[in-house]
Design a protein around this ligand. Structure first.
Ligand SMILES: Nc1ncnc2c1ncn2[C@@H]1O[C@H](COP(=O)(O)OP(=O)(O)OP(=O)(O)O)[C@@H](O)[C@H]1O
Ligand SMILES: [Mg+2]
Length: 246
């Protein structure tokens, strides 16, 4: 039987990932942290969605659930109609591998591998054997290809992590503070690159950030507060709001 979600073409604007009433509780029952508290959101094909929220609001937790890195305590997550929240570890790994590109807030590079080798790990070499090298060029790090993560600055490591996510040519790219370790000019270049993926290549990109600035280029921005999505904006206009405003 089919264990994976088929890569059927989905038209632009169609919902590809729908999360409903997500709750994530960390810690023991004596001392629980409710990192997500009923978060619901939809991600549409071909959009650039920004999830904006203060530190500790649940952004990384939400992205981890959407990308199948972890399981919610309750609630549902459907990728193209297929429920992923109940998958076991092996199935989730497969889901991630087949559909998701992830830019981690803490980069998650493998210390024993060079920059190029880190990117090659996920690269889709069938389509282009030089893809890893190309992606490093794209983030302006061709000259650091043989450097190990410990020999790179935080911003350079972040760019390797972005190159690694892109080299896989994922359908859905989830980015956790992709410009957090970058100076504003390098950050701007990276955002332009991510926007180009959406506009010119029809990819779906989700960016999590605490910086209002980033939402300027978004098709849609949702605001997360205390583990809930409280507001949605399109072109800077609030289209739906719950409880409190930003
Ligand atoms: N593994 C964990 N164990 C216990 N508590 C956790 C864990 N991960 C996150 N939390 C808690 O869950 C809440 C949400 O954390 P999360 O990392 O999702 O926030 P965030 O919005 O990504 O913050 P930041 O902008 O600082 O990255 C916080 O209160 C945090 O302390
Ligand atoms: Mg975070």
């Amino acid at each position: 039987m089919m264990n994976t979600v088929m890569k059927q073409p989905v038209s632009r604007g169609q919902v590809i990932l729908a999360a409903k009433d997500l709750v994530k509780i960390y810690g023991s029952s004596q001392n629980p942290t409710r990192a997500l508290d009923g978060a619901s959101l939809e991600i549409r094909n071909g959009e650039l969605l920004v999830i904006l929220g203060y530190s500790g609001s649940g952004k990384t937790t939400l992205l981890n659930m959407l990308g199948g890195m972890d399981k919610p305590t309750s609630g549902s997550i459907a990728f193209r109609g297929r429920e992923i929240s109940g998958m076991n570890e092996k199935e989730r790994t497969r889901y991630r591998k087949e559909h998701i590109g992830f830019v981690f807030q803490n980069f998650n590079l493998i210390p024993e591998l060079t920059a190029l080798e880190n990117v090659e790990l996920t690269a889709d070499k069938k389509e282009d054997p030089r893809i890893a090298a190309h992606m490093l060029e794209l983030v302006d790090l061709a000259d650091k290809k043989d450097a190990y993560p410990a020999q790179l600055s935080g911003g350079q490591q972040q760019r390797v992590s972005i190159a690694r996510a892109l080299a896989k040519r994922p359908e859905l790219l989830l980015c956790d503070e992709p410009t957090g370790a970058l100076d504003s000019e390098t950050g701007r270049q990276i955002l332009i690159r991510l926007e180009d993926l959406v506009r010119a290549h029809g990819k779906t990109v989700v960016i999590v950030t605490h910086t209002r600035e980033v939402s300027r280029m978004a098709d849609r921005t949702v605001i997360i507060r205390n583990g809930k999505i409280i507001q949605e904006e399109i072109n800077g206009q609030i289209v739906s709001a719950r409880e409190i405003t930003w």
